[in-house]
Design a protein around this ligand. Structure first.
Ligand SMILES: [Ca+2]
Ligand SMILES: [Ca+2]
Length: 279
């Protein structure tokens, strides 16, 4: 949760991923509010191999993968796979879940099934300007809902095999209407979230200073390249679960669109709580 692996590299540029929940990893792994960038191989790698069979189902949500395949200093390796989210290997089906996540300018595919023929849940993701395909699913029966794929120029069309309906806007030569929501340079930060009230209740009845504001959902600005001269309203993706709404929606498609989502509590007053009671 809220982890940021970046600039991982190895001698041959082949295996240094940001997150590698692969090969023999067990069940129950969840990545949330994680940002993987500028790693020499993949952002996420869920590779499976015939020798050892399926891995546990992995859930990735509210996360971001960008610039994988290129280190922050510009270094690249010929062997790097360079995907944002690499979701399989060797024709072994595993029904991973990838939702509300972003792939941006990775060196190959944004999201790729990588020969995972399973039924993955792929929903509410945004994929932008990845070098090859934003979404690459050449087989399987994955279910696609509300995904958005955008480009600032021409590139390879998305490849989608599975259950995809009209809620998606995949890229096949032009941007869909929702691409106008994104403008400017990519920016992000971890928003601060206060501990839930029930945690504080376990402490004394006196005013309690927030002991550890926790890093939590992503916040930042998001890129667009389609300027809507009319400033027409543009819709943002659905906010992550637990968030009531984006604190600032992209009401126009010009300039950068600040977006921010943090769980909030109406009873919170800054960093200091007052009037807490024992239960
Ligand atoms: Ca590799
Ligand atoms: Ca890899």
């Amino acid at each position: 949760m809220s982890a940021e692996p970046h600039d991982n590299a190895d001698s041959d540029g082949e295996d240094a991923d940001g997150f590698a929940a692969k090969l023999t990893v067990g069940s129950g792994n969840i990545f949330r509010y994680a940002v993987s960038h500028n790693n020499i191989d993949d952002g996420w790698d869920l590779y499976t191999k015939t020798d050892t069979g399926p891995i546990g189902v992995v859930t990735i949500e509210d996360s971001l993968a960008y610039n994988n395949g290129t280190l922050s200093n510009g270094g690249q390796a010929g062997n790097g796979d360079r995907n944002g989210y690499k979701l399989g290997g060797e024709d072994i089906p595993v029904n991973h879940v990838v939702r509300r996540s972003i792939a941006y300018r990775n060196g190959k595919h944004g999201f790729t099934y990588n020969s995972n023929p399973g039924t993955m849940t792929v929903s509410n993701n945004v994929s932008i300007d990845n070098a090859e395909r934003n979404f690459n699913f050449d087989g399987g029966s994955s279910v696609f809902r509300n995904n958005i794929s955008c480009r600032s120029g021409s590139s390879t069309n998305d490849r989608i095999i599975g259950d995809a309906d009209s809620s998606n806007q995949f890229w096949s030569g032009s941007n869909g209407s929702r691409c106008s929501s994104y403008t400017g340079a990519l920016g992000w930060s971890f928003a601060l979230r206060r501990p839930p009230r029930r945690d504080l209740r376990r402490q004394s009845g006196n005013a309690v200073t927030d002991p550890a504001a926790r890093a939590s959902p992503l916040a930042g600005t998001f890129p667009t390249w389609r300027t809507d001269s009319a400033g027409a309203a543009a819709s943002m993706p659905s906010p992550p679960s637990g968030c009531g709404a984006w604190s600032s929606s992209a009401s126009t498609a010009t300039g950068t669109a600040p977006w921010h989502c943090a769980r909030s509590c109406s009873r919170r007053t800054g960093l200091t709580w007052t009037g807490t009671r024992r239960r």
